[in-house]
Design a protein around this ligand. Structure first.
Ligand code: FE2
Length: 350
């Protein structure tokens, strides 16, 4: 059934005009749905195109790099947003906290997406996984195993690079350390890691690989998919050299597993096209959806039975930490406070 509100749809001129002009056209030809996404539209286009091909539902993609949750909150009940597609449990949990999501009860979603990668109340769902791994210099780092705990070892003094401690990716990792070791031990660990840093935290994950390539540090924290982005970067081919200079070490592969985060989705609170929105969410979670999406973004499917792309497989095997992401979300605030308390972003003491 078409559930288009013209008032809300006016932002999306073409779709709405199509409906107005085509009152005699069968409803199914005019169905739409609006995605608010923090992901580059090009990245998710192939999977959305496939969805449209299969269902006839047209997808309007609204790219909002920052402040997606605030925007929906400001729009309130008039928001045209149906589905939120974003990255990191931090942002998904924030969307729920902001009150801009609603619960979805779907057997299809619950069957496919492991419970650890979705909100127990159905407010957010993982589509794909990214590991927070260690990039290590192929040239200077001989070991092929590592743990997060080991990053505190003085043997790494002056050798570690990372982005800001306050970035959501770092916060997720620290929050997982709190869940596993408690606040006090995590504080000691974070202090020691800070003192092992080669320099003040700076730049994104790719800049850390660049720093390894340049010899500024030997190891760095980074998300898995950036390796794929660097390896295939035709626009900035120098990134291929950065990627070639590192190997991926999956921390804690021999014990609890590597800290993972999700890219995921949520149903927007006032979704004007709710039925279509749930259809899209179920499509993204399907084998086909997960495969297409994962291939495009160099991430791991959330369903363990689906293989990642060949490029992703080339880095080794990811054994994900099974800590529920909802637990990590609970420790985010404490993690952020620890980062400030130890002065992590000020860099090493000497
Ligand atoms: Fe990222």
């Amino acid at each position: 059934m078409v559930k288009l509100s013209f008032g809300r749809g006016l932002l999306f001129g073409t779709a709405v005009l199509g409906v107005l002009a085509g009152s005699g056209v069968p409803a199914s030809a005019e169905e739409v749905l609006n995605i608010y996404t923090a992901r580059e539209p090009g990245l998710i286009k192939p999977v959305l195109d496939e969805f449209t091909k299969e269902t006839g539902i047209k997808v309007n993609t609204i790219f909002i790099a920052n402040g997606l949750e605030e925007r929906i909150r400001t729009e309130g009940a008039n928001s045209p947003a149906d589905v939120i597609v974003t990255v990191d449990i931090g942002r998904l949990a924030a969307a729920k906290d902001y009150g801009v999501t609603q619960a979805v009860k779907s057997e299809a979603l619950e069957k496919v997406i492991p419970a650890v990668y979705r909100d127990p109340e159905g407010h957010w769902f993982g589509i794909a996984l990214r590991g927070r791994v260690v990039y290590a210099s192929k040239e200077r780092v001989k070991q092929d195993k590592i743990t997060y705990e080991e990053l505190a070892d003085p043997k790494w003094k002056g050798k570690i690079c990372t982005r800001s401690g306050q970035h959501v990716y770092t916060i997720g990792l620290i929050a997982s350390m709190i869940a596993h070791h408690g606040l006090e031990k995590t504080e000691e660990w974070l202090k020691a890691v800070k003192n092992n840093l080669a320099r003040k935290p700076d730049g994104g994950d790719r800049e850390q690989a660049k720093a390894i390539f340049a010899g500024e540090c030997d190891i760095a924290l980074g998300n898995t998919y950036y390796v794929g982005q660097m390896q295939t970067n035709e626009k900035q081919p120098e990134q291929k050299d950065w990627a070639a200079s590192i190997k991926v070490l999956f921390p804690n592969a021999n014990d609890r597993g590597t800290h993972v985060n999700i890219s995921g989705m949520a149903l927007a609170k006032y979704a004007p096209n709710k039925e279509n929105a749930v259809k899209l969410m179920e499509f993204l979670a399907s084998d086909k959806g997960q495969t297409l999406y994962g291939q495009q973004v160099f991430e791991y499917p959330v369903e363990p039975g689906i293989k990642p792309s060949e490029i992703v497989q080339g880095w080794g095997t990811l054994k994900p930490d099974t800590l529920p992401l909802a637990e990590i979300a609970k420790n985010r605030k404490a993690a952020s406070e620890l980062v400030d308390k130890v002065g992590f972003d000020e860099g090493p003491a000497s």
